[in-house]
Unconditional design. Sequence first.
Length: 454
Amino acid sequence: MNRRLAATLGILAAWLLGAGTGAEITPKPKPPAAAVDDIISNLLRDDTVVPSPKPPLAQPNAPLPTIAPPIIMGVRIGEHRDRTRFVVEVSDPVAMRTFTLSSPNRVVIDMPVVQWHLDAPPRPTGQGVVRSYRYGLFRPGNSRFVIDLNMAVSVSNALVIPPTGGYGYRVVIDLFPTSQAKFDQGAGWPADLRAREAAAALLAALPPTPPQTPLAGEKRVIVIDPGHGGIDTGTSGVNGLQEKDLVLDEALRLSRELTRRGRYIVHLTRDSDVYIPLKDRVNIGRSWRADLFISLHADSNPDSGVNGLSIYTLSESSSDKEAAALARKENQSDVIAGVDLTGGNSSVAPILIDLAQRDTMNRSSRFAQGAVTLLARDTDILPRQPLRAAGFVVLKAPDVPSVLIELGYLSNDGDAAQMNTVRWRNTIAQSIAAAVDGFFAPTVGASHSPAGEP
């Protein structure tokens, strides 16, 4: 791609995505939560609800004021016979829009960037219209709720109740049962949001900007992928540790350790608490022409006694039922974040039959074998079959050796405790870096092959 064209496309995509910053604000005290739905019902009957505010029109050449992001201070779900009411309390007016996505059925509430001050927000019973919901940063400048549904619904327009009785602004959204046919007819991303997501995908797929100074020819490119992020928290540990935070911290430590060696160029798919779609992670690895892609995760299991690190590589068929179940869970990341899946994932679709993919899979397995041997010296390894394989979307780059490392089980007291220590994280970063060294070390009797190639 022409460099000027790539730069222009990058600027266009960044403009479409937008951004937001701000400082923290202290929320106001509020009355007991049990009274919220009654207050809202009374206000609705009194016709005091006002439409969701629209952002003011920008004046030409006017300086942009620095405004702190609104604070989401509370959430309430009211389950009634004819509707389910979703109420969000916010410190300041914020433009919210709702839309629905199918397969599976979800309601998405999109908004500009906000601060989340929710302490153990109430959860639905799971028996009504709403099965569950999650919230967080989706992309820079864009926050969202994603509501998982047990049945099809029609969604009311977002209405705003002005501050009263010690509450801040309240945004009220009602969900009414409807037929699946009507739900499907209205499901899908609004055109402008679809354009924004296309721009984000374009940014992820653009080739990297050429470096300003020449790089040593022997340096290998390593892409580290901290799993989950933003609205997708991943697994929550028995000690409260969240997977997305653990793997980001470990990725940054591994990046520093590899960079310190002076033999690698290291990139991360994310270096902050932001959600990255699965296919974008694959594209990032390929756009940097990675020599190795390492995805970091942490596992969970209904049996709290299961513990130990394991490493996964891509396979046409899963090595066992547990590996298949884990791949299904990890591949749901886009569903969790509220991504429109109707367009499919053609870029990571059935490429397993490609011979280049098979060669890449072999090299991935070789790295995994060496890494498990080294890591076993510094941490517990899953006793049975620590080397596994399954159809993880994030490992499907056809030309990049890729592995997914499950650092341990957050559902296990011992694993969760050690993963929450600086000493363990530093040690594991050093062990993985040593495995990378071994993978790219020249093979005896293969002096005419590039380092690290079988």
